[in-house]
Design a protein around this ligand. Structure first.
Ligand code: ARG
Length: 307
């Protein structure tokens, strides 16, 4: 498997290891085309300077909790910052994405190279069954099942490859609101065993699947206004949650469940239809990512990154 790096020891992962994530600098970030409703009206309307500042704040917050690996940004791939779409990782294996839109297919060889040079076993998902990685596939906190979205991007028949790959139960959820075109825009399993989600983003059958597997108390329904602020697009490391700015109500609800909430201004990325979670890909095993570790230092008065 080539040169093995620290997270490749993931088959024997230890909760005391430092969690690892993958990000990509927004050097070439831009809203260049329209492949989701958020991008419409925002073509060439994002500021790279502001985006870079926002990305750096997320990067530095995450680095307080985890090791952050970087993949080299590529000219002509303005959406490559959204590393959550690179693939899905478990047991040192990556299911490499096969993008639905041609606009993003150019990212695939770059992600492939990064994974294989970093010691991951790379498994392809065939082009005929598009799959957009962790953007559309999220493990339950204890790893017992995989929640997999489909509809706008990922094809439901790609899910069988995920079942075969990891022998895990895959629960397919159909996305029906074009604004919530990836599962991670409207659904977020948390380390506490709870879930935040925006119910109307799913068809009735999928809503019932969620209700069957999470108790009433575990389900935190997010209101439309928070969903539109990408409240479900959250990076959860241990008991800390990094996300775009959300309502006081939702933040209080999450704090009540024992989470430290770190709100960051990610508005430049909302213009492309992404926020915190889209900008980050989990590389470590779930027991490592979710081990309860130290919190982020409280913000200083001058620190505009936090409210
Ligand atoms: N503009 C990108 C796209 O439409 C945004 C991707 C957001 N990523 C995510 N994991 N939801 O593909």
């Amino acid at each position: 498997m080539g040169t093995l790096r620290a997270f490749d020891g993931s088959l024997s992962s230890h909760p005391h290891d430092r969690p690892a994530f993958l990000m990509c600098h927004p050097k070439h970030y831009e809203v260049d085309y329209v492949i989701n409703p958020w991008m419409a009206g925002n073509v060439h309307r994002s500021s790279r300077q502001r985006a870079t500042r926002q990305w750096e704040q997320l990067h530095s917050a995450l680095r307080q909790l985890a090791r952050v690996e970087l993949v080299e940004p590529q000219p002509g791939s303005p959406d490559m910052v959204f590393t959550a779409n690179a693939g899905l990782v478990r047991d040192g294996i990556v299911a490499l994405s096969s993008f639905h839109h041609r606009e993003r297919q150019g990212e695939e060889p770059h992600f492939r190279r990064w994974f294989s040079e970093s010691g991951f076993a790379v498994r392809d998902i065939p082009r005929v069954t598009p799959f957009e990685g962790e953007g559309d596939a999220l493990f339950e906190a204890d790893g017992s099942r995989l929640w997999a979205g489909y509809g706008p991007r990922t094809r439901v028949d790609s899910h069988q490859h995920l079942t075969e790959l990891w022998g895990v139960e895959v629960v397919s959820l159909r996305l029906v609101d074009p604004r919530f075109y990836h599962l991670d825009t409207c659904f977020c399993p948390l380390s506490s065993g709870d879930v935040t989600y925006y119910l109307p983003a799913f068809d009735r059958e999928s809503q019932l699947k969620i209700e069957a597997r999470y108790s009433n108390k575990q389900r935190i329904q997010v209101a439309e206004a928070d969903a539109l602020r990408f409240a479900c697009n959250a990076v959860n490391v241990g008991r800390t949650i990094l996300l775009n700015e959300i309502s006081d109500e939702l933040s209080a609800e999450l704090e009540l469940r024992g989470f430290q909430i770190v709100q960051l201004d990610l508005t430049e990325f909302l213009k492309a239809g992404g926020a915190a979670k889209c900008l980050v890909l989990r590389l470590s095993e779930l027991d490592v990512t979710h081990a309860d570790r130290s919190r982020i230092a409280p913000p200083t008065a001058q620190d505009s990154a936090y409210n």
